[in-house]
Design a protein around this ligand. Structure first.
Ligand code: S3P
Length: 172
């Protein structure tokens, strides 16, 4: 099977937006950071969308932008960590993308996400570790369920992760 689309999924802070461009360059694919795509479509930042319209409106935009990506080929897409909570997104990801779950330990995520609540509305107003544990409990099974490949990212460079993903792609 020729892989036309790769989706990098995983929790906020797992490295999707850093690994994505490195992988895309290796494969000669385009890279789409779905959060940036959503911001361009809406003409507003993610925190503004959450504040002004609420999370459901953000999720609707996210699904719309993801569906547009599924019509393109030769691309690596990095959706936000919450994309998997919507069933239709999971179905689309499984059917149209080689899905790679970038799996990180909660301690790694906490280190990377400290001080990030300004850009990530879902991290506001809760102790960071509690929030990570709770959201991972809700989402972990979804990441597992849709993954074609799981890569443990703790302590690895973006280049090493991209290489691991490309080797996985060659074997499908
Ligand atoms: C979200 C993750 C964010 C962004 C939004 C919601 C989530 O993307 O889409 O703040 O629900 O986990 P990153 O995973 O790129 O931080």
């Amino acid at each position: 099977m020729e892989t036309l689309r790769v989706a990098l999924v995983g929790f906020m802070g797992c490295g999707k937006s850093t690994v994505g461009p490195v992988l895309a360059r290796r494969l000669g694919f385009e890279f789409v950071d779905l959060d940036l795509d959503i911001q361009e479509t809406a003409g507003r930042t993610i925190p503004e969308i959450f504040e002004q319209d609420g999370e459901p409106a953000f999720r609707a935009l996210e699904s719309e932008c993801l569906a547009r990506c599924a019509l393109r080929s030769r691309l690596v897409v990095a959706p936000g960590g919450g994309v998997v909570i919507v069933e239709r997104n999971r179905r689309l990801l499984r059917s149209q993308f080689h899905v790679v779950y970038l799996r990180a330990k909660p301690t790694t995520l906490a280190e990377r996400l400290r001080g990030e609540a300004d850009h990530r509305p879902l991290l506001r107003g809760h102790p960071l570790e509690d929030r990570i544990t709770r959201l991972l409990r809700e989402r972990g099974a979804f990441y597992d369920e849709i993954a074609s490949q799981i890569v443990d990212v703790d302590g690895k460079s973006p280049e090493a992760i991209a290489e691991e993903i490309s080797s996985g792609l060659k074997s499908i």
